[in-house]
Ligand binder design. Structure first.
Ligand code: NAD
Length: 251
């Protein structure tokens, strides 16, 4: 591994790391040398085993990020075990699809809670540790809906716009402490999150027709961006939202 991208000995915490994009990015960081703490409300033995098969340490922390106390408990567990946090990927996220006129308060609150509120407090608590270390890398998972309104997903679009702004706001405060706060905005990726879209023949075709790369993205497609933003290759990159979308936004 080129030393610019080498993550040997780094401790990375990845929320929602059991499946989908979180699992893909976790494997990417492990391939680059990092030990991985997988935080999820459901534990995935498969992802943990895949990381261990690469010769890295892996630990699963089962936690529900819809609970206010979870960020504090998660960070304490990681510090007790490893004594440090080098990389945080705030990836856990949910989506609710309903026309705005019928959108419930419950769906609004749950999405905002997990996608933006818990992500901010994970940043705050990890940031305090990173300040002591005088180094750290935080990667928030944004979306194309950080830039666009989407269809039938008002709370998701609001939460992802918020995560892009949280990223920039924290980057402005923390760059001086050697902490890089950036985001990855994935395009349309084949995961559980987009199952309903991919099963809707009309929406699925409309989406695919607009992607210049002519395919849905896969979890592996985020590995390079995650390694870049987690490594010293990005030491002078602050507050950037890196779009990985097969060209969608360029059209
Ligand atoms: P996914 O549903 O496959 O994975 C989400 C993960 O988050 C799961 O492992 C789930 O268990 C975990 N999670 C959900 N709620 C949680 C909670 N309360 N506490 C702890 N963990 C919880 O979806 P994905 O596509 O891999 O999504 C990952 C991230 O990428 C999300 O933030 C999503 O909004 C974002 N994203 C996805 C796409 C896409 O096209 N799939 C596009 C842009 C952004």
């Amino acid at each position: 591994m080129n030393s610019l991208f080498d993550l040997t000995g780094k401790v990375a915490v990845v929320t929602g790391g059991s499946t989908g994009l979180g699992a893909g990015m976790s494997l990417g960081l492990a391939e680059a040398g990092a030990d991985i703490v997988l935080v999820d409300r459901v534990a995935s033995i498969e992802t943990e085993q895949n990381i261990k098969a690469l010769g890295r340490q892996s630990m699963v922390v089962v936690a529900d990020l819809s609970k206010r106390e979870s960020p504090q408990e998660i960070i304490k567990t990681v510090i007790d075990k490893f004594g440090r946090i080098d990389i945080l990927i705030n990836n856990a996220g949910i989506i609710r699809r309903t026309p705005a006129v019928d959108f419930s308060e419950k769906d609004w609150d749950e999405v905002m809670m997990i996608n933006s509120r818990s992500a901010f407090f994970m940043c705050q608590l990890a940031g305090r540790e990173m300040m002591k270390q005088k180094k750290g890398k935080i990667i928030n998972v944004a979306s194309l809906l950080s830039f666009q309104g989407g269809i039938l997903v008002p709370s998701y679009a609001a939460s992802k716009a918020a995560i892009a702004q949280i990223t920039k706001s924290l980057a402005n405060e923390w760059a001086q402490y050697g902490i890089n706060v950036n985001a990855i905005a994935p395009g349309y990726m084949a995961t559980n999150n987009t199952k309903a879209l991919r099963e809707d023949a009309v929406r699925s075709k409309a989406i695919l027709d607009r992607i210049p790369a002519a395919r849905w993205g896969m979890p592996e497609d985020l590995k390079g961006a995650a390694i870049f933003l987690a490594s010293s290759a990005s030491d002078y990159v602050n507050g950037h939202v890196l779009v990985v979308d097969g060209g969608w936004l360029a059209r």
